[in-house]
Design a protein around this ligand. Structure first.
Ligand code: HEM
Length: 152
């Protein structure tokens, strides 16, 4: 392996458990994410409904419409967050911040089903495994409902 050759060794030093192909290989990183998040490797792109593009989300966010559904920020335990696990009322915690993800469901490029996997729980791990580059503060700021409080 030359010094320019990218390596996955930081993720899985043995490249065994996740069934990673020899590198370089087509779809190498995608296969890693698929294995880590238990998704099919040949997953088809999700077709978003008309009016639910990233640009439409940006417009909605800047429209001034209430996307939080709460009058002020709060501190919520995981117990409290667990009560919000239906598509009509879905909350998640990511990196200590609690979000109402219901308004974003149909806008999520990965689809409703995948986003619902973190409803009612701490979604940090799954979110980071899937796309750590996505900027939550930028994208979801208007859906912030508060902060994660330690459970008793
Ligand atoms: C609030 C949490 C989440 C937000 C704000 C979010 C946002 C996004 C964004 C902006 C993209 C496009 C990224 C890009 O094109 O580079 C994306 C793609 C994707 N997301 Fe999420 N996501 C969230 C949670 C999740 C979770 C929990 C999963 C999996 C369980 C997931 C699975 C995916 C997949 C598979 C794609 C790729 C879609 C494609 O290109 O076909 N996301 N997400």
């Amino acid at each position: 392996m030359t010094s320019e050759t990218p390596s996955f060794s930081l993720i899985d030093p043995n490249n065994q458990e996740l069934d990673v192909p020899e590198f370089p290989a087509r779809n190498g990183p995608q296969r890693l994410v698929a294995a880590a998040t238990k998704q099919p490797r040949n997953r088809e792109k999700v077709r978003l409904e008309p009016g639910h593009s990233p640009l439409d989300w940006a417009k909605l966010v800047s429209s001034g419409k209430d996307l939080r559904g709460v009058p002020c920020f709060g501190r919520y335990t995981l117990e409290e967050i667990r009560k919000h696990k239906s598509p009509e009322d879905a909350w998640t915690a990511i990196q200590g911040k609690v979000y109402n993800i219901t308004p974003y469901l149909k806008f999520h490029p990965g689809g409703v089903k995948d986003l619902m996997r973190i409803a009612g729980r701490d979604g940090t791990k799954l979110f980071m495994m899937t796309h750590s580059w996505v900027n939550m503060d930028y994208l979801m700021d208007k859906c912030l409902v508060g902060f994660l409080a330690p459970s008793n």
